[in-house]
Structures are given as C-alpha cells and as structure tokens.
Write a protein that binds this ligand. Structure first.
Ligand SMILES: N[C@@H](CCC(=O)N[C@@H](CS)C(=O)NCC(=O)O)C(=O)O
Length: 203
C-alpha cells in the first residue's frame, strides 16, 4: 500500500491509523506548499488533487479521508476501530463525517489555508472565523463525548480524527474543552500517534 501525504495535513490521520492496525505502507510526500497536488503527475493518480490518497495493493486508488479510515478499520475488525455494534458504528461514522465535512472543510482549512477563502487582505478575518468554527465544532463533539478517554467509550477512528483537530486547535492557540482535552491526552499515549507525529516532523 502507498500513502500520499503532506506533513501535518489530514493525511497524518491515515498514517496514525495504519500504525495502529500494524499495516506496513510506503509514504510519498506531496508538497502542498508548492502546489505539487496540482502537478500533472499527481493529478494522473488522484484527479481531485488532494491528500490523503492511497494506492491499494491491487493498484486501485482510494480517496476521501473518511472512506480510507473506514476501509482500514474494516480490514482489521479485531482492532475495534470501527465498532461491530451497529449504533456505535453509526456514531463513529457520524463523528468522522462531522469532523471532515464540517470542521475540517470549514474551520481548519480557513485557519491553515486562508487563501482558499479570500484575498490576502482578508486573511486575518478568515483565520479568526476558522478559529471560531473550530471552537464551536469541538464544543459539539465535547458534549457528545463518552465518560472515559474515547469518544464512543472505546478507541475508534473517530478518536484519531478528533485528535488531529485538537492538535490544530492547540497549534492555533485555542484551549480544548475538557473531554476533548482528556481524549487528546489519551491519544498522546499511543505509539501509533507519537510515531506518526515524529515521522512527520512534529516530535
Ligand atoms: N475531501 C477530501 C479533503 C482532503 C483535504 O482537504 N486535503 C487537504 C490536506 S488536509 C489537501 O489535499 N489540500 C490541497 C488542496 O486543496 O489543494 C478528503 O476528505 O479526503
């Protein structure tokens, strides 16, 4: 398997989950800062021009973070990263989808890639809106968080997703709400997480 990634981007969540289930993979860096995602060679692999992009062992391409995480979890049912119990699985998917399609798309992208939303002159206002949206999104997840260290009560792909958003929040100078903070601290104890952070230069 091959993972196209950019350091610190949402592709890092795939790296963490692959380490968590013990899958080996080859990682190829795409430099988003110079627009390599829009190069003809990368577009010939993923015409969407996005990371994460996964090339499976049969050569087929898989895109969209939530789909990739679900695929990895389902290849490793004993990992529990996608719960077997129907309602728990639904709650996991619901959280992952909210993290990606609402919080990542509308909040962290505003903070880290403000140019996608307006001119240079508007950057500070765009970043501020991103921070507010991230705060609001994490507050909603915080309310839904189970009593222990994990979102549904057990470690799932949703925890990796929330961890990455929490990391972005901390890097933006935001404070984490209490349950999200608890989850963040628990995730920092996982080898899969610290290894991925180190591999992408966040040690
Ligand atoms: N819908 C995609 C979005 C992924 C995404 O936004 N990836 C960002 C990095 S975190 C990216 O590749 N940005 C490059 C660009 O938009 O040009 C998914 O869920 O995988």
């Amino acid at each position: 398997m091959k993972l196209y990634y950019s350091p610190g981007a949402c592709s890092m969540i795939v790296r963490m989950v692959l380490h968590q289930v013990g899958e080996s993979f080859e990682a190829t860096q795409i430099d988003l800062s110079v627009g390599e995602q829009r190069s003809s060679s990368f577009l010939s692999i993923n015409p969407k021009g996005k990371v994460p992009t996964v090339v499976r062992d049969d050569g087929s391409i898989l895109t969209e973070l939530g789909t990739i995480l679900t695929w990895i979890a389902e290849r490793h049912p004993d990992s529990g990263l996608m719960p077997r119990e129907h309602d728990q699985a639904l709650r996991t998917r619901e959280a992952v989808e909210y993290c990606i399609s609402t919080i990542h798309a509308l909040a962290t992208t505003r903070i880290f890639v403000p140019s996608s939303f307006g001119s240079v002159a508007e950057e500070e206002a765009i970043r501020a809106e991103g921070r507010q949206r991230l705060t609001d999104g994490l507050a909603i997840l915080n309310e839904q968080f189970a009593a222990g260290d994990h979102f549904t009560g057990r470690l799932t792909i949703a925890d990796f997703m929330i961890f990455w958003l929490a990391l972005g929040a901390l890097m933006s100078g935001l404070q984490l709400p209490s349950a999200v903070q608890r989850g963040y601290e628990a995730m920092m104890q996982l080898d899969s997480v610290t290894r991925a952070l180190a591999e992408e230069g966040f040690a």
